[in-house]
Design a protein around this ligand. Structure first.
Ligand SMILES: Cc1cc2nc3c(=O)[nH]c(=O)nc-3n(C[C@H](O)[C@H](O)[C@H](O)COP(=O)(O)O)c2cc1C
Length: 199
């Protein structure tokens, strides 16, 4: 089949996000200016630079994570492991903005070193970020989409020592990342294969 998105796909559900899959999940924690902790998963998330390290997440509509990142200039990206899969899903619930998803989802906050936002205790890794820019993508007519892309420079990296191999590598097979597929589907850590770059 072929379709042009502007004309509709004709399928029971939009396949776009199932095609752009698996996507890593940025489990974004922030703290409001009033001091309330916030936590939510974002699969429009990725790394976009490694020197310096920069990540981004995209908010579809104006959500609390965007609001807090804008207001405080900080966010934290927590790694989602299989062990915290269900809690991660629970944090996507639309709680009132005065409610912390940490407490509501049975998760504990751990302190960050550089930013005021908390991180998720027990996560295999967490990236402390300082907001560098927030942009709104445009369509081909130049009209803004209903999305806000928040970029942040990683200023602190937490790694659970238990996730490191004897050679000092972050061990994918121990960290067991959960990824987002299409529809209501998720991917669990796939087998790892190693392949040298072509010379
Ligand atoms: C796995 C997963 C990935 C999600 N990815 C996104 C995303 O990329 N962008 C977005 O706006 N919402 C996404 N959502 C929905 C938000 O997590 C949800 O709207 C949440 O309530 C936002 O919380 P906040 O207002 O505290 O930021 C996702 C939900 C799940 C379960």
């Amino acid at each position: 089949m072929f379709y042009e998105p502007a004309s509709g796909h004709g399928l029971p559900h939009n396949p776009f996000k199932a095609i752009v899959a698996p996507r890593p999940i940025g489990w974004i924690s922030t703290r409001s200016a009033e001091g309330i902790a916030n936590l939510a998963p974002y699969s429009f998330f990725n790394a976009v630079s490694d020197t310096p390290p920069i990540v981004m997440f995209s908010s579809s509509g104006r959500k609390d994570s965007l609001h807090n990142a804008e207001e405080t200039g900080e966010f934290v990206c927590n790694h989602v492991s299989e062990a915290q899969f269900k809690a991660m899903s629970q944090t996507s619930y639309a709680y009132e903005s005065g409610v912390s998803e940490f407490a509501a989802s049975g998760l504990e906050e751990a302190d960050c070193r550089v930013v005021r936002a908390p991180r998720v205790a027990g996560a295999p890794a967490a990236l402390e970020c300082v907001v560098t820019e927030i942009i709104r993508p445009r369509d081909r007519e130049g009209r803004h989409c209903d999305n806000w892309v928040v970029f942040g420079e990683v200023v602190g990296v937490h790694i659970d020592d238990a996730m490191l191999t004897d050679e000092g590598r972050f061990d994918f097979e121990k960290a067991k990342p959960v990824t987002r597929l299409g529809y209501l589907d998720y991917g669990m850590a796939p087998p790892v294969v190693t392949l040298a770059r072509p010379k």
